[in-house]
Write a protein that binds this ligand. Structure first.
Ligand SMILES: Cc1ncc(COP(=O)(O)O)c(C=O)c1O
Length: 392
C-alpha cells in the first residue's frame, strides 16, 4: 500500500526520532531520572504566564463565533497586529495583506515551497541543516542543493555559495539562529550574499527568493543582534513560529511575511493562501491566532536557556570537546571525539546519554545536544559526559 517514495524516505528515518525511541527503551530499564535525553527540541519550559492568561481570557470571554472558519490567510485583526510588530522588529514596511497565518514554521515552509517551486527547481540549503527541510522541498517537486558552511565558524561560505547558484535556483533557505549549530549568521556575510544573488539574477534573468526560517529569532544571547533579512534581501519571505519563542510547539501556530519589495507580492500572497487551503491546513488554529496576536512582545525567559548553554558549553570545553559557542537557539553542536559520529552516539548510550549524530543534519563528525531540558537533568548528566570523554 505504501508509496515507493514514502517507503524510501521512511528508510532514511530521522536520527532524532531514532534516539528518542532508544531513550524510551533506556527509561524503561533505568528509570526516567537516570536517562539524559538531549535528542529533541521540545521545550521543557512552560509558556509565559501572560500567554496562558490571554488564552484563559479568550476562552472565558463568552464571545461567539471564535471557533469558526475564517479567511484562509487568518483573522485580519491578527494579521494587522503581526504586520505592525514585524515592521517594528525588522525595520521594514509590512502590510497586514502580506501576512499569512500558518500551522507553525513547518506548515509555513510547506506552503511557501508549494507556492513557488516548479518541478526540478533548486533550493539552496546550508549544511548542517534541520533535516526536515529536505523532505519539505521534495514534497513539492523541488531539489535541495546542499552548500556546506565554513567548518570553523559555521557561517556561510560565500565562494561555495556562488558556485552553487544557476538558472534553476529558485530559493535560498536561511535558518538563523541556526538549528543545529546555534550560530547567528553575520550581517556583513548576508549583505555580500545579497550582492551575489543580485548579480546572478541579472546574469540569468531569473528571480531568486530568500526564504528565512526564523523560529529561534527571540532566543538570542549576549546582546547579539539578529540581522534583518527583509532589510538585506530584495526578494524575501520570512517564516516564523511561536513553537520556541513562546514554548507552544503543540499548538501549531506561526506566520509567513512576504517582503513588500517582491514584484507581484499580492499575487504571491494569493498563491500562499491557496496553498494553505489546499494542502489541507485550511487556516491556522483560530484560538491561538488570537492568543499570539495578544502576546507578540512576550518571550520565554532567555536567562533560562543561557544558564543551560553556559553549564553544558563550559563543561564540554573543559573535557576537551571543541565547540562553537552558540549565540542563539537551544542547541550545541560539538565535534565528536572520533570521526564516526554514529558510533560516538552509540558509545554515549552506554552512559544513558542521548545525543544526535551530526550525520542527521548533513554534517558527520559532530553531534547535537538540545538543551531545552531541566537543569537537574543537565547537572546529573555532567559525570556521564566526563565518563564518555575518558573513553577516547
Ligand atoms: C529550524 C527549524 N525550522 C522549523 C521547525 C518547525 O517548527 P514548528 O514547530 O514551528 O513547525 C523547527 C522545529 O524544531 C526547526 O528547528
Amino acid at each position: 500500500m505504501l508509496s515507493e517514495k514514502i517507503a524510501k524516505n521512511l528508510g532514511r528515518s530521522s536520527w532524532i526520532r531514532a534516539m528518542f525511541e532508544e531513550g524510551e527503551k533506556l527509561r524503561k530499564i533505568h528509570g526516567a531520572d537516570k536517562v539524559y535525553d538531549f535528542s529533541l527540541g521540545n521545550p521543557e519550559v512552560e509558556p509565559p504566564a501572560a500567554v496562558k492568561g490571554k488564552l484563559k481570557d479568550i476562552v472565558l470571554s463568552g464571545e461567539q463565533g471564535i471557533h469558526r472558519y475564517m479567511s484562509n490567510a487568518g483573522y485580519y485583526s491578527v494579521r494587522e497586529k503581526v504586520a505592525e510588530y514585524f515592521q517594528k522588529e525588522k525595520g521594514v514596511q509590512m502590510k497586514p495583506e502580506n501576512i499569512v497565518m500558518t500551522c507553525g514554521a513547518a506548515g509555513g515552509l510547506n506552503v511557501v515551497f508549494k507556492t513557488i517551486i516548479n518541478p526540478g527547481e533548486e533550493v539552496i540549503v546550508f549544511s548542517p541543516y534541520f533535516a526536515e527541510y529536505l523532505f519539505y522541498i521534495d514534497n513539492h517537486g523541488g531539489k535541495p542543493v546542499i552548500v556546506p558552511v565554513d567548518k570553523d565558524t559555521f557561517q556561510p561560505d560565500l565562494e561555495l555559495f556562488e558556485r552553487h547558484l544557476n538558472p534553476l535556483t529558485k530559493a535560498v533557505l536561511i535558518n538563523s539562529p541556526n538549528n543545529p549549530t546555534g550560530v547567528v549568521y553575520n550581517e556583513s556575510i548576508l549583505a555580500r550574499m545579497a550582492e551575489i544573488i543580485g548579480k546572478k539574477e541579472k546574469e540569468y534573468g531569473t528571480q531568486i527568493c530568500v526564504v528565512a526560517d526564523e523560529p529561534y529569532d527571540k532566543i538570542i544571547y549576549d546582546d547579539v543582534k539578529l540581522p534583518s533579512i527583509p532589510a538585506i534581501f530584495k526578494n524575501s519571505i520570512t517564516i516564523n513560529s511561536f513553537s520556541k519563542s513562546l514554548a507552544l510547539p503543540g499548538e501549531r501556530i506561526g506566520y509567513i511575511a512576504v517582503g513588500s519589495d517582491i514584484e507581484d507580492a499580492g499575487l504571491l500572497v494569493d498563491g500562499l493562501v491557496f496553498s494553505n487551503r489546499t494542502l489541507g491546513f485550511v487556516n491556522a488554529p483560530a484560538l491561538f491566532q488570537k492568543v499570539v496576536a495578544g502576546s507578540l512582545e512576550e518571550k520565554v525567559d532567555i536567562g533560562y536557556y543561557r544558564k543551560r548553554r553556559d553549564i553544558l558549553y563550559n563543561h564540554l570545553v573543559k573535557l576537551g570537546f571543541s565547540c562553537v559557542k552558540p549565540q542563539g537557539a537551544f542547541y550545541l553542536f560539538p565535534k565528536a571525539l572520533i570521526d564516526d559520529d554514529v558510533e560516538f552516539a552509540r558509545r554515549a548510550l552506554k552512559y544513558n546519554l542521548l545525543i544526535v549524530p551530526g550525520s542527521g543534519f548533513g554534517w558527520p563528525g559532530h553531534f547535537r545536544l538540545s538543551y531545552c531540558v531541566s537543569i537537574e537533568m543537565i547537572g546529573n548528566s555532567l559525570p556521564a559526559f566526563e565518563a564518555l570523554a575518558k573513553e577516547f
